[in-house]
Write a protein that binds this ligand. Structure first.
Ligand SMILES: Nc1ncnc2c1ncn2[C@@H]1O[C@H](COP(=O)(O)OP(=O)(O)OP(=O)(O)O)[C@@H](O)[C@H]1O
Ligand SMILES: [Mg+2]
Length: 238
């Protein structure tokens, strides 16, 4: 079932810090389904935009509203940071933790934990301290921990930065699975191959604003602005 918490509407949003505008004005509506990919150069405002959508960035102007009350929306979304934060507990406990905050019966929790341990290939290491995992393993665990509660909306900030090809493929497979289960995904990436593989629609951030937006089919094959064309060529954009 498509989530009732969307659309998300950003109206005249801007974020200023110390007199500098980091983001905005942004006006944007996120539709209920699919995967929205946010691309753009370093410092263009991608992470700030994600944080605004997730409700953890203080707005200087404007509003970000879900189709459900804010409190409910907060419970139905997860955010995975670029550098995953592990609890100082075992791998399995990291997965159990978000479920223990729910009212699920213990047997169901264990079943879910084992399902996800297998799915991310860490079942043999379930008893290891999560802080000792490799960077790629931590990223997979962080993604599993975000998905185990079946959020309606998942935010990912460069989930495959520093990952090798095999780990990137694993994460993309997990994301495709989540999409099939109707999780709404909004993510950033610097990997344009990944952007093409996964995006349903895409946003190009430049200097804190959405410079171009469109369905993936148009966005990647027929970019309209000179800046997005230059970005795809790998040129430096002024
Ligand atoms: N709290 C803050 N105070 C001042 N400047 C900030 C703050 N947070 C972010 N910035 C600045 O805002 C701009 C946008 O940052 P943001 O992290 O959103 O960029 P990004 O597109 O995610 O970049 P990257 O590709 O490097 O991750 C940057 O110039 C950054 O230095
Ligand atoms: Mg960023």
């Amino acid at each position: 079932m498509v989530s009732v918490m969307l659309p998300l509407t950003l109206k005249d949003v801007s974020v200023r810090r110390r007199g500098k505008r980091l983001l905005g004005p942004v006006n944007l509506t996120l539709n209920p389904e699919g995967l929205t990919m946010i691309v753009g150069p370093n410092g263009s405002g991608k992470t700030t935009l994600l944080r605004v959508m997730h409700g953890v960035e203080r707005l200087s102007e404007g509003s970000a509203t879900w189709a459900v009350p804010e409190e409910e929306a907060r419970h139905r979304q997860s955010y995975v940071f670029q550098t995953p934060i592990m609890l100082r507990r075992t791998v399995a406990d990291n997965l159990r933790y978000p479920l223990q905050l729910t009212a699920k019966p213990r047997a169901e929790i264990e079943e879910l934990v084992h399902h996800w341990l297998k799915r991310i290939g860490l079942d043999a290491r379930m008893g290891l301290q999560a802080t000792r995992l490799s960077g790629g393993e931590k990223q997979k665990l962080a993604l599993a921990r975000a998905l185990i509660r079946k959020p309606d909306v998942l935010f990912l900030d460069e989930p495959c930065a520093n990952l090798d090809g095999a780990s990137t493929r694993d994460i993309e497979t997990i994301l495709r699975g989540a999409l099939l289960e109707k999780t709404r995904i909004i993510m950033t990436t610097h990997d344009l191959g990944q952007a093409r593989r996964l995006a349903g629609d895409a946003l190009f951030m430049l200097h804190g604003v959405v410079h171009e937006r469109g369905p993936a089919s148009d966005f990647f094959s027929a970019p309209q602005t000179a800046e997005l064309q230059a970005f795809f060529r790998g040129d430096i954009i002024a």
